[in-house]
Design a protein around this ligand. Structure first.
Ligand code: FPP
Length: 253
């Protein structure tokens, strides 16, 4: 069994109509690159390079699985704590990946967006990110969002700061602030909430990823390390989601 379920109850439940339609938005915490490399006696960056190749395979699988939105966690606000070598190697990988993949992503109908705080990223990388977003902005086949220097707490803090600035400037009445208002200040404002969040590598935690947006997401924690995560495993998880009973806090009569 390649999947580890949090509970077996999902299997026993009657699927809800929302689940039967399949997940429109899948978010993935791509974990396990370092362990994958270390198991092969190679440096951690070797695993990140292998992981980057998997991203394309999973993006390409989305249209057939009717997954319209895919969001991947590439670098967190906490990942700066890693060694300088690993951080620099990852930044270099992101630059190379974007340069190399831009044309193919455009031609394959993928619309790419980035979420996270760009302020700490280097100018060259920011420029490549802007360019990729612009070049693909007319695409609608799959919406790929790459979370880069992203952390949910950081995102919500930045959102509240902007919201407070609008209140102070008289552009927003505090009485009008509700969930919908805050959502409009988040990096993800144009995206639907994730229906399904997948984490690879056997760890069962959320790591500051899309905390607000995933309030009612379904979760799947799989033992597979990200570089081994194939489109077939992905398809199996998407198919399993169809059997879940999503109640959004409600109850069946
Ligand atoms: C977590 O595994 C992975 C990362 C921090 C980096 C994710 C990056 C990629 C998959 C490659 C690039 C992606 C794009 C979109 C170009 P880990 O290193 O924490 O693994 P470990 O838990 O085994 O150490």
């Amino acid at each position: 069994m390649f999947r580890r379920k949090v509970t077996d109850s999902a299997e026993a439940a009657t699927p809800s109509p929302e689940a039967q339609q399949g997940p429109r938005h899948v978010a993935v915490i791509m974990d396990g690159n370092g362990r994958w490399a270390q198991a092969r006696g190679r440096p951690r960056l070797f695993g990140h390079h292998a992981g980057a190749k998997r991203v394309r395979e999973i993006v390409n699988a989305c249209p057939d699985l009717r997954v319209k939105y895919l969001t991947v966690f590439a670098f967190s606000t906490e990942n700066w704590k890693r060694t300088q070598t690993e951080v620099a190697g990852l930044m270099s990988l992101f630059r190379r990946y974007i340069s190399k993949e831009t044309r193919a992503l455009r031609d394959e109908g993928v619309r790419v967006r980035f979420i996270g705080d760009r302020m700490r990223l280097d100018a060259k990388l920011i420029c490549l990110m802007d360019e990729l977003e612009t070049i693909t902005e007319g695409n609608d086949r799959v919406h790929l969002t790459i979370a880069l220097n992203y952390g949910s707490r950081d995102e919500v803090s930045r959102a509240i700061k902007h919201l407070a600035e609008d209140v102070a400037a008289g552009r927003l009445d505090p009485a009008d602030v509700d969930e919908e208002t805050l959502t409009k200040y988040l990096d993800t404002k144009v995206l639907p909430d994730p229906d399904l969040v997948i984490r690879t590598s056997g760890e069962a935690r959320i790591s500051n990823f899309l905390l607000w947006q995933s309030a009612y997401a379904e979760y799947e924690f799989v033992d597979t390390l990200w570089p081994d995560f194939t489109k077939d495993i992905f398809a199996g998880i998407v198919s399993g989601y169809g059997g879940r009973d999503r109640r959004f806090g409600g109850a069946k009569p």
